[in-house]
Ligand binder design. Sequence first.
Ligand code: MEV
Length: 322
Amino acid sequence: MRVTSKVPGKCILFGEHAVVYGFPSISMAIPLNSTCIVEENKLNSIELNFKTINKKYEGSNLVDIEQKIPSNYSQFILGLNSLGNKFDIEIKDIRIELSSDIIPNAGLGSSASTSIALISAVSEFYGLNLKKADIFNFALEMEKITHGNPSGIDHTTCLYGNILFYQKGKPFHIVYPPDDFQVLITYTNQEHDTKEVISNVKRLKDEKSHLFDSIVDKIGFYTEIAELELVSGNYEEVGKLMNFNQDLLSQLNVSNETIDKINEIALKNGAYGSKLTGAGLGGCVITLGEEKELKKIAKIFKSQGYWNFLTTQDKNGAIATK
Ligand code: MEV
């Protein structure tokens, strides 16, 4: 038997960081995918193959593999162990191959997407019949290793696809704009460390709580208005709100020179709005505008060495099939 799962990445349109503290956010699943293939292994061992980085780990059991694997991949072992313990199954004699189109550590949900791909495929392989809410719990647990205090927005978006209005601890809902508008996603060529950026923001909260509260409060306010503008198809207004959000993210000290430069070029060339997406201090920028303008801006970024991707939302979310 062979199971394949396919899980999208994500970008955050509004509300990163504030969402960690209970404020609303809007995210969008994007069609860059992580894929996990699980099949029987006739060699009586476990093989864990991270195809994207061309690294393969083999062992007679999970403990064996855990000793060989670098610590930044230990979240995958934790996920497999939790799954095995919860359902009382011994995970053995299988080949797991994980790959992803998503740039790692760039704010596009690579960690959430690969974790969900793994849990979805392995649980389908063992016929565990997990619901999306169960997969969410396993994958979020895995994320705590790399991330510290995840809000759950990345996992929810990668699992369910679409554009989501998400607030921690509350039911999320899908946002339906009148059409599939496009966004341009541009990589700053700088990896970020999400855990570190989140702890910098937490320090600001601890040291300057009044300032912090007023910033995240405004982010939450703009996010709520942004939802109304999105469903009305007022993309020019949505763009303005993105610029306000970017300004507030700068005040949280999560922007940097490259992000500011990319935003400036985008706005100078006719974009409605442009902001960092995800944790910031590197990673990616998202830009909203008319398709013609976005294509022009994409060319400029490409000529300056910035990888970019013009896209609309992914509507499928996570899928695992036999
Ligand atoms: C990361 O994609 C978004 C952050 O808000 C962290 C989180 O919500 O878990 C920075």
